[in-house]
Write a protein that binds this ligand. Structure first.
Ligand code: C5P
Length: 414
């Protein structure tokens, strides 16, 4: 995992408890550090049975805390009293994996080790990721403790189902690192500029059917749209992603609506955007579709070279219909379009922005090999309805997405 802007310089307390899933917490600590976070690990007595502090120290490059009775002079914490110093100024306290014992202690406010005392002293959001074998997770006592924690504002990450170390199968496995980090991003995002805003994003190329097994599509991978959905969650938005592709990991916190054709995407966009704050149309919507869809698979004739001729017709223009909707209802408040052009990029983009009544248009030059379809990087120009234009250097699609989202948040604040 690479750098994540939202995590940069964030102080995260990662508390690990005595579960075999602790090996996954090493990966989590490493990925968080690579993403730019400052990770302070607390290990409980039971966690020390599985793994040594050196492992976490090595991946985080920071001291690891195991003892309530040690005074943390020289640790770089705001105060030498470790349980206070750890909590002070922390952005998140994450307990992963969280055992039944630790969760019970947290629910009841017990304070007999560094983790439980820190949890009482810290004022940052608390995330817990339960991990336990043998059906313990489903025990009413466990569920009651989780209920108590949830009521108090803690974020509980649902464990995965699957095989346990015991060989039993059930619910109670610690989710993988990307899911854990996804929840952390969603929690940290709550301070962002899109808090309370409803954001609709579209992604991917539409699929226009020819017959039950064939379709026409384009080279859009959906990567830029998915990155925008993640950036919108990072900024605190409530995000719906209307997409044709499920090949990419869905960002935690995003509601996905799967569609196929341009007509299906139109209906989904109209349905979901009646009260939306922003619509970001990153999807490559087909302009043409076969004018009739064969009910049965079109068969070739073995004794002839004959091939069918496809007649195409226009698809609905989603943004033009949204323009009409906006005229009467005022929603979505902000609309962003995309333009993929192979020539006269800025002139075509400006004309499109005006014709479709957009607040902003993101123009891609699809002739460059390192920008546009399929690749992880992009080079775009953001054009504004006020006539200004902002070129962005070649960058990861995630970074481009953040720039677009920052602009959308600013427009919503105006
Ligand atoms: O007109 P053009 O397809 O180049 O415009 C691109 C922008 O319009 C994109 O934001 C795309 O999602 C949107 N679009 C649309 N409906 C179409 C075609 C494109 O909303 N039928």
């Amino acid at each position: 995992m690479a750098y994540i802007t939202l995590l940069h310089q964030k102080r995260i307390i990662l508390a690990v408890t005595g579960s075999i899933a602790v090996y996954k917490a090493v990966d989590l600590a490493s990925k968080l550090t690579q993403a730019g976070a400052l990770v302070d690990v607390i290990m409980t007595e039971a966690a020390l049975q599985f793994i040594t502090p050196l492992t976490f120290q090595s991946v985080t490059g920071r001291p690891v805390y195991t003892n309530l009775w040690e005074v943390g002079h020289g640790s770089g914490l705001p105060t030498h009293i470790a349980h206070v110093g750890l909590g002070e100024g922390a952005d998140l306290l994450v307990v992963a994996p969280a055992t039944a014992n630790t969760l019970a202690k947290l629910a009841h406010g017990l304070a007999d080790d560094l983790l439980s005392v820190t949890a009482l002293a810290a004022r940052c959001p608390l995330i817990v990721a339960p991990a336990m074998d043998g059906g313990m997770y489903l025990h009413p006592a466990m569920q009651a403790n989780l209920h108590t924690l949830r009521e108090r504002g803690a974020i509980i990450i649902e464990p995965d189902e699957g095989r346990f170390a015991s060989g039993l199968v059930g619910k109670g496995r610690l989710p993988e690192t990307p899911a854990l980090i996804g929840h952390m991003r969603q929690a940290l995002g709550q301070r962002g500029g899109l808090k309370g805003r409803q954001i609709i994003v579209t992604a991917g190329g539409t699929r226009e059917p020819i017959d039950p097994v064939r379709f026409i599509t384009n080279r859009s991978s959906g990567k830029q749209g998915y990155a925008i959905a993640q950036a919108a969650v990072d900024a605190g938005g409530s995000v719906t992603l209307i997409t044709t592709t499920h090949d990419l990991p869905l960002p935690v916190g995003v509601t996905r609506v799967m569609v196929g054709s341009a007509a299906e995407m139109l209906h989904a966009v109209l349905d979901h955007s009646t009260q939306a704050d922003a619509l970001i149309m990153a999807a490559a919507v087909a302009d043409f579709r076969p004018d009739r869809v064969a009910e049965q698979k079109i068969k070739k004739k073995d004794d002839s070279q004959e091939a069918p001729t496809l007649t195409l017709t226009r698809t609905p223009d989603i943004l033009m219909q949204i323009k009409e909707r906006r005229r009467t209802s005022g929603f979505p408040r902000v609309v962003v379009g995309f333009a993929a052009e192979s020539e006269h990029l800025l002139a075509h983009a400006r004309a499109k922005l005006e014709r479709k009544g957009l607040d902003m248009l993101v123009a891609n030059d699809i002739t460059a090999p390192d920008a546009g379809f399929e690749v992880d990087t992009n080079r775009v120009v953001m054009l504004d309805a006020d006539g200004s234009q902002t070129p962005l250097d070649l960058a990861q699609k995630s970074w481009i997405a953040e720039a677009i989202i920052a602009r959308v948040a600013a427009k919503l604040q105006d």
